[in-house]
Design a protein around this ligand. Structure first.
Ligand SMILES: [Zn+2]
Ligand SMILES: [Zn+2]
Length: 243
C-alpha cells in the first residue's frame, strides 16, 4: 500500500476519471469507495430541515417561519448535505473541474437522504435545473442533468424547462440582487406544457444558495400546471444569505 501511494502519481489515471475510484476523495483511505462510509456518516449526519426550503430547523419543526409566511412554489425540498467542507471540495471538482466520475457517488449521497427514495418513487418526471446555452457551452455539461440521470434513469426530461436568460453566477451577487437576477430566467417550452399539467415533478439541482433560482424555476413549472413540485438538492447553504 505504501508503495502504491508513492507510485500513484506516476501511474496512468483510469480513462474518464480525474480521481482514483478505489480511494476515498475525502480521507484518502484506500481501497475504499470514492466517498467512503466513514466520511459519509461523519460529514453527512442526519439533519432536521424545513420541508419546504431545506434550511435547518430545530427538531420537531416541519416548516420554517419564512416558508409559513410566504409558502414557496415547491411542496417539498430535500437537501443531502450542507455546503461546507468536504462536500464543497467534492462538488467543485465535479461541477467545475470536469470530474464527472463523481456523479454516481454524489447521487448515492443524495439518494441516502431520508425522503429522497420516496420522492423519486412517486415523481412522474424528473427535471434538472437548466443552464443557459452560454454556460453549457462554457462548461460542456450540466451537473444537475448528470445527477438526475443517476437518480431516475428513464424519467429525466431536460427539454421541458428552459433557462431563457443568461445571468451572472448567483454566488457572485448579494442576496437582493440574486432575487432580481433570476426573475423571469426560466420558462417552460410552450409546446411541452401539456406534458407537465397535473404531473408530479421533481426538480434536481446541485447547489442551493438563497433558493432564488429554485423558486423561480418551480414557479415556472407551477404556472405550466405541474403539481406537486418537489426539489432535490445535493448541497444547501445553511444560512440564508444576507441575513
Ligand atoms: Zn473517507
Ligand atoms: Zn423553509
Amino acid at each position: 500500500m505504501r508503495l502504491m501511494t508513492l507510485l500513484r502519481p506516476l501511474l496512468p489515471r483510469p480513462a474518464g476519471a480525474a480521481h482514483w475510484p478505489s480511494q476515498c476523495l475525502v480521507c484518502r483511505a484506500w481501497p475504499a469507495q470514492t466517498l467512503c462510509a466513514d466520511c459519509r456518516s461523519r460529514f453527512a449526519p442526519p439533519a432536521t430541515r424545513c420541508q419546504r426550503c431545506a434550511l435547518p430547523v430545530p427538531a420537531g419543526v416541519a416548516v420554517c417561519g419564512a416558508c409559513l409566511r410566504e409558502p414557496p412554489p415547491m411542496a417539498q425540498c430535500l437537501a443531502a448535505v450542507p455546503w461546507q467542507w468536504p462536500w464543497s471540495l467534492c462538488i467543485v471538482r465535479w461541477k467545475f473541474d470536469g470530474d464527472t466520475g463523481l456523479s454516481a457517488p454524489l447521487a448515492a449521497l443524495l439518494q441516502a437522504t431520508p425522503g429522497v427514495t420516496e420522492a423519486l418513487a412517486t415523481a412522474e418526471l424528473v427535471l434538472p435545473m437548466p443552464m443557459s446555452p452560454q454556460r453549457l457551452a462554457e462548461r460542456g455539461y450540466n451537473p444537475a442533468l448528470l445527477l438526475a440521470r443517476q437518480l431516475a434513469p428513464g424519467r429525466v426530461r431536460p427539454d421541458l424547462l428552459l433557462r431563457t436568460r443568461h445571468t451572472p453566477p448567483q454566488r457572485s451577487l448579494p442576496r437582493a440582487e440574486r432575487l432580481r437576477n433570476v426573475r423571469g430566467a426560466f420558462q417552460v417550452d410552450p409546446l411541452a406544457a401539456p406534458a407537465l399539467r397535473g404531473r408530479h415533478v421533481l426538480l434536481v439541482d446541485d447547489v442551493m444558495t438563497t433558493g432564488a433560482s429554485v423558486r423561480e424555476a418551480a414557479a415556472a413549472l407551477r404556472a405550466a400546471g405541474a403539481d406537486p413540485i418537489g426539489v432535490l438538492v445535493l448541497a444547501r447553504t445553511d444560512t440564508p444569505a444576507g441575513r
